[in-house]
Design a protein around this ligand. Structure first.
Ligand SMILES: Cc1cc2nc3c(=O)[nH]c(=O)nc-3n(C[C@H](O)[C@H](O)[C@H](O)COP(=O)(O)OP(=O)(O)OC[C@H]3O[C@@H](n4cnc5c(N)ncnc54)[C@H](O)[C@@H]3O)c2cc1C
Length: 431
């Protein structure tokens, strides 16, 4: 679709320039000219009093949706190790597949060099089958190489849904593949569904709809992809009704892994990729692991997070002491990261990591919706905040109203006392 000015009709009134929300119309002499910022929103078309702007709506090629079957999960591996999010998505993909129909299958897609040995783990976490795409040129991830082989495999086997983990690699790869396939992609989904539809015929592309009005008994099994929108202030459910596959990314930790079924088996489909040196414009010379301390928030059982209420960076020393005492790892709010008090790798929330530990301590954190988006599914939430009306108390299981610089040292010393009592009791029992 392209927006064009009909030069013979344009009177140079500039109404379109003022109306354009994207600054996408320039005046060249007395003529309006559409520039590259145009998003085809068509606001200018209705504003032009001289009918001098037209939209060239090329017929979109109709896609035979029924030709696409099955759910694929990109089984991301690094140095021969499957990423946890891949296993989480295999479980989720299996649930979606079974909801579509009893015959629908979930497949993991392994891409790399000598990675077929990982297929067994995929079966054990719920994959009915595994596509294995191997080539020495795929040993290290490259955007060019992985995009090409995945795109070609999708063209050949036609899955209806493809899920990626929203990791650095998934976020790089999924949009490229979607663009090459001319289909939609919804990033950072927090919920996926198939059996909630019979929506009115929404526009001709990805759009939002209110799932609360939908009929759970409908036959429509299109993917309903829910994600936070408008800075996390509302949840939008996005559909992809005219193209296939339907593609989503999901962050690590949002979905749960299925229980592992040791010894499970499935079908292996070996795909021989058509790939040569010339297809890859970059070369990985060396893989260097980051030397900074790695925090594994997603795997942590206990997380102690600090926010702006710490006052300054030194407050994280107390948070670290508290975390060490209770056997947890340090998290933070975005405000603390933005203030430069702690590295982004510690950030919990919508633009940080999604976590679900057994216990989450929120210290000096107000409970903004974007923070809650990343931690509200923790088993137990303990909030320490001096404001009794702080929103964090609405989600907290235990709330302590007070100054964290008094409350945390008290907990630490009580903890020491409790530990000493515990050990004394144990020693007495041993005697
Ligand atoms: C698109 C977008 C994405 C975002 N993503 C994230 C995200 O991923 N993660 C995230 O955290 N935020 C995110 N934010 C920012 C979010 O909106 C909030 O601004 C942020 O979470 C606030 O951090 P905070 O709670 O530490 O600070 P504040 O909201 O300033 O809260 C500080 C709290 O500390 C309390 N306090 C002060 N002193 C003490 C004390 N001595 N003892 C005890 N309590 C005290 C105060 O009562 C207050 O409740 C995002 C925002 C946008 C727009």
């Amino acid at each position: 679709m392209a927006v064009n000015v009909i030069n013979e009709k344009c009177k140079g009134c500039q109404l379109c320039v003022k109306a354009c929300p994207f600054d996408a119309i320039d005046m060249v002499g007395k003529l309006a000219v559409i520039n590259s910022k145009c998003t085809s929103c068509k606001v200018c078309v209705s504003k032009c009093p001289f009918d001098a702007i037209e939209v060239d709506e090329k017929e979109v090629e109709e896609v035979d949706l029924s030709a696409y079957k099955g759910v694929w999960v990109y089984a991301e591996q690094r140095q021969g190790k499957l990423q946890g999010v891949a296993l989480e998505l295999i479980g989720e993909g299996r649930r979606l597949a079974r909801e579509i129909s009893a015959e629908t299958k979930v497949y993991a897609v392994l891409v790399g060099d000598d990675v077929k040995g990982l297929a067994q783990e995929c079966f054990e976490y719920g994959a009915d089958g595994v596509y294995v795409i191997e080539n020495p040129l795929l040993k290290n991830f490259t955007t060019d190489g992985y995009t090409k082989v995945l795109k070609e495999a999708i063209d050949e086997y036609k899955p209806e849904i493809v899920l990626f983990g929203a990791t650095h690699i998934g976020r790089d790869l999924a949009p490229r593949v979607a663009a090459r396939l001319s289909t939609g992609l919804t990033a950072d989904c927090t919920k996926l569904d198939v059996r909630v539809s019979s929506y009115i015929d929404y526009a001709n592309k990805n759009t939002t709809l209110d799932t609360s009005t939908l009929d759970p008994n409908s036959d429509d099994t299109g993917l309903k992809q829910t994600r936070p929108a408008f800075g996390g202030n509302l949840m939008a459910t996005i559909i992809c009704p005219r193209t296939r596959p339907q593609m989503s990314t999901v962050r690590p930790g949002v979905m749960s892994k299925r229980d592992r079924h040791e010894g499970a088996t499935g079908e292996t489909i070996v795909v021989t990729p058509n790939l040569g040196d010339a297809d890859i414009r970059t070369k990985v010379l060396e893989v260097v692991k980051s030397s900074k301390e790695i925090v594994s928030l997603t795997d942590a059982d206990i997380i102690v997070s600090g926010g702006r209420g710490l006052g300054d960076a030194s407050g994280f020393e107390l948070i670290k002491e508290f975390a060490d005492k209770v056997g947890g790892v340090v998290g933070s709010s975005r405000a603390a990261v933005d203030n430069g008090w702690i590295d982004h790798s510690h950030q919990v929330g919508q633009t940080g990591t999604t976590v679900k530990p057994t216990i989450y301590f929120a210290c000096g954190i107000s409970g903004a919706i974007q923070h809650l988006a990343g931690m509200s599914s923790s088993d137990i939430i303990v909030a320490i905040n001096k404001d009794p009306d702080a929103p964090i108390f609405e989600v907290a299981d235990y709330g302590i109203v007070g100054d964290l610089y008094k409350v945390i040292p008290t907990i630490i010393s009580e903890w020491d006392g409790a530990e000493a009592l515990f050990h004394a009791t144990e020693e007495k029992q041993d005697d």
